[in-house]
Design a protein. Structure first.
Length: 146
């Protein structure tokens, strides 16, 4: 199945930017954008019925192989944002995650592009087809594009 074969519905989480997350210039600290993205990733997995404990029980864990963030508009304390999360599955050991952090007025603050995989925690090797594991564990695999 190609990555474009199934497009999941648009999943997002809402987050309020907190003052302690900002830097000395009053902008959201660059590292926090990745934390917001990670929060959305685990939120969509939980919504699909997959918990961290479920993955560990199967002897696997997700790994980040690459994260790219493009910043478009600053975020400040008090801003409300929506963080989207779409999993795109290929035919190999890795998958992509596309995310947008958007202010509630529709302004895009950042785009995140990630490559991930699923690590066999005993063998310390990437599993051949992470879709198998996610599909088997999910109550609603459509939320993660499966």
């Amino acid at each position: 199945m190609s990555e474009q074969a199934k497009q999941p519905e648009q999943f997002y989480v809402s987050i309020g930017v907190r003052g302690y997350e900002t830097d000395s210039q009053g902008h959201l600290n660059q590292a926090v954008y990745l934390q917001y993205a990670e929060h959305a990733r685990w939120s969509v997995l939980r919504a699909a019925g997959i918990d961290q404990a479920d993955l560990l029980a199967k002897g696997v864990g997700p790994v980040a192989l690459e994260n790219t963030i493009r910043y478009f508009s600053e975020l400040r304390a008090g801003d409300e944002v929506e963080v989207t999360c779409v999993f795109l599955w290929g035919e190999r050991k890795t998958f992509r995650i596309e995310q947008v952090i958007r202010k509630t007025d529709g302004t895009t603050a950042a785009e995140l592009h990630a490559v991930g995989g699923l690590l066999d925690l005993t063998e310390r090797q990437m599993v051949a087809d992470p879709r198998e594991y996610f599909r088997a564990l999910a109550d609603d695999p459509t939320l993660i594009g499966l």
